[in-house]
Ligand binder design. Sequence first.
Ligand code: NAD
Length: 478
Amino acid sequence: MTRITVAKGDGIGPEIMDATLKIIMAAGAQIEIDEIAVGEKVYLAGNNNGIAADSWDTIRTNKVFLKAPITTPQGGGYKSLNVTTRKFLGLYSNVRPCMSLYPFVETKHHEMDIVIIRENEEDLYGGIEHQQTDEVVQCLKLISRPGCEKIIRYAFEYAKVYGRKKVTCFTKDNIMKQTDGLFHKVFDEIALEYPEIENEHWIIDIGAAKMADTPEIFDVIVTLNLYGDVISDIAAQIAGSVGLAGSANIGEECAMFEAIHGSAPRRAGQNMANPSGLLQGAIMMLNHIGQTEVAEKVQNAWLKTIEDGIHTYDIFKEGVSKEKVGTSEFADAVVKNLGHEPSVLKPVKFVKDAVLNLPKYVKKPAMNKQLVGVDLFVDWRGTDPNELAEKLQSINTENKHLTMITNRGIKVWPNGFSETFCTDHWRCRYEHNEGKTLYKNNIITLLAKALDAKIDVVKTENLYEFDGKAAYSLGQGQ
Ligand code: NAD
């Protein structure tokens, strides 16, 4: 018997959760349930995260959380419960299988069977944003080596344990050489440990286009948080419907399972919604807690129900579907099919006692880190970079000097183009003079000089070499 936490959420949440629990209990799931409240009412009662403090204790004690969709109230101040839960509980891996149920569910893709493994904690989702000048705001994209190693190892282990043949990595490292570059580099390193699994890398733009066009050429896809967010919805939609997909959020200690869609408030309380997405989440949960046979029984009964043409409104199609049913009738049909297998669609056989070998991250020996310069980000309303350069050169010191100015990344000094459009946000790079060592207090001196010269520095970024290799981007055009 496994104790799990359940939240019925908002909108269609309670109906699809009741249907899901009815099906898995009828199939013999050995679970005990602690129910907690999350979502709209909790937000409106003054909890900005949509969950009460004591509910965290229940989730952390049980470690397995089945969650229905919630409604995030409109207006300021409310934080996404999903993002908070993933980060608080360290749920670094978001696993979303997307498969075609053709010819029973309309789709252009008859052969599609992919699993998207999305990094769930890092990237632009840190919510670290600042306005720096009148014209420019920034969002920090943070990528860590532990984060990359954990998610990429998860993808290869997943492929190994579940008999998948290939892992594809999507990044944009032709542009983001440091951040996406690290993800790609770690992918290449870890791939070497799995010679039996094919591996490949695609630039995300053409990769995503290929996935939308010919998904059958992909198997497991691993990617960064933002790209994964976008492509996993595309994958679910082109497989047939976002209403059919579930997802697992897996961490070292805890895990959360859910449907990928939202609370569909317009359909709430009408016994119309398709419970399949949440049911897919629950099936992943049953596998996660080792109740493989129950998971298999539910999945096969569900496939048979879809194959029988018993469909909710969202996938109902004249000529293919046989009967349009509501949420609870669909659940009853799946219960009736427990113990049966589909005959056209492939029955599933889940791997028993699947254990992914995911060692905890061990910190690497410290690298040799050498300060070699600093970028000053300056708020300046002028338009001629040569004028700014003159001001900045006046504060050169004996061990460093101005080497470059960029505006939105493109080099505008020295030898900029007069055509380049410039905002009020300038990155001004100082590099150490040949043979001179740079220390942090030299930067403080530079900042003090900038202050005296009425240069408005809004941020600094130190330039380092790690083990003798420059670890910062050049200016575009440099
Ligand atoms: P949605 O996913 O709720 O609905 C989009 C469309 O899909 C609607 O037309 C809806 O009728 C249909 N749909 C969704 N699930 C369905 C199902 N199971 N059966 C049949 N049809 C279904 O997206 P939305 O309308 O943009 O968002 C509604 C609310 O859900 C918002 O408050 C949003 O913040 C929230 N949301 C929550 C989660 C979550 O809790 N994980 C995820 C996404 C959105």
